[in-house]
Ligand binder design. Structure first.
Ligand SMILES: NC(=O)c1ccc[n+]([C@@H]2O[C@H](COP(=O)([O-])OP(=O)(O)OC[C@H]3O[C@@H](n4cnc5c(N)ncnc54)[C@H](O)[C@@H]3O)[C@@H](O)[C@H]2O)c1
Length: 278
């Protein structure tokens, strides 16, 4: 990892309170960027033992500050467009600028344990793991999955664009999934939502290229986070590298896409999947 390559930059990570988003926030902080996190539950890491064990401070913001950068957190539901606009504007105002956006908030057909508790979390409550089919997706699931993936991503990118332009350029990383590339799985309607994010990313890259703003998507495969838990173990059977991926391995690609290493890369999708998608 390059030392403090992002000093003087401000990075926004959505869904940064736990899991992959927390990893991106810490990696950007290690690279010297000041970090803002927007999440609907800033204490979401408390829900899963895996996440609790990773935390080295009470919040991810405190973890970032311990790395010597400024950090802030806002608890906002990013499916609310007006609230998203206000939150992103507050980040730019409070931090003084905005250069990098990792639009990571999202999730599958799983109803998270902390959602069921109204955002409070708790050890005993388990996720509801469900899935629809392409020909039969319950309305509630369809709305929820499209909203938490497509809308949160689009609202965040739209709200951030004026500030990235004002900064003279920037980097946007959106978060798709191998499910958004490979339609052969059974994970619906999540795959449809993540495919939409790739399409949106390409369109946004076309529009923002002239403003020196790079827009790329990452598509992780099976990466162990608290949310995925032991469901990640099936990677041994379906991944050519014969193992699940790690948060740090995704952070490496985010580092590439948020630093000058990728200055001539835009409108692309990078799979982080151990070779799973053929
Ligand atoms: N873990 C994997 O294997 C994997 C694979 C492919 C893609 N992804 C994608 O990576 C991202 C992170 O996944 P993760 O495993 O770390 O999940 P996670 O549930 O641990 O983290 C998602 C975060 O997003 C937040 N969030 C969700 N909806 C929100 C909303 N409406 N407003 C604000 N915040 C919201 C949650 O509170 C949570 O902190 C997701 O977009 C997911 O779809 C993950």
């Amino acid at each position: 990892m390059s030392e403090k390559k992002l000093a003087g930059k401000v990075a926004l990570v959505t869904g940064g309170a736990r899991g992959l988003g927390r990893g991106y926030a810490l990696r950007l902080a290690k690279l010297g960027a000041d970090v803002a996190i927007i999440d609907r539950n800033l204490r979401g890491a408390e829900v899963y033992e895996f996440e609790r064990a990773l935390l080295t401070a009470p919040t991810v913001m405190a973890e970032c500050e311990a790395l010597g950068v400024r950090a802030m957190g806002l608890e906002v539901d990013l499916t609310d467009r007006a609230a998203t606009e206000a939150a992103v504007a507050q980040v730019a105002q409070q931090m003084g600028r905005l250069d990098i956006v990792v639009a990571n908030a999202g999730g599958g057909t799983v109803l998270f344990a902390d959602e069921k508790q109204g955002g409070q979390g708790g050890n005993q409550v388990l996720d509801d793991v469900t899935t629809g089919t392409p020909s039969n997706t319950p309305e509630e699931m369809l709305t929820r999955v499209m909203d938490i993936n497509v809308k949160t991503c689009m609202y965040t990118c739209m709200a951030a664009t004026p500030f990235l332009k004002a900064a003279g350029g920037g980097k946007i990383v959106t978060v798709s999934s191998t499910a958004g590339v490979n339609a052969s799985g059974t994970y619906h309607p999540y795959g449809t939502a993540k495919a939409a994010i790739i399409h949106y990313t390409r369109g946004l890259a076309q529009e923002l290229g002239p403003f020196n703003i790079n827009v790329n998507a990452i598509a992780p495969g099976i990466i162990r986070t608290g949310r995925l838990g032991d469901r990640a173990a099936r990677a041994r059977e379906v991944v050519p590298l014969k193992r699940e991926g790690t948060i740090e391995e995704c952070c490496g690609v985010v580092e590439f896409l948020t630093t000058d290493l990728s200055d001539y890369v835009t409108g692309r999708v990078i799979l982080i999947d151990g070779g799973m998608v053929q």
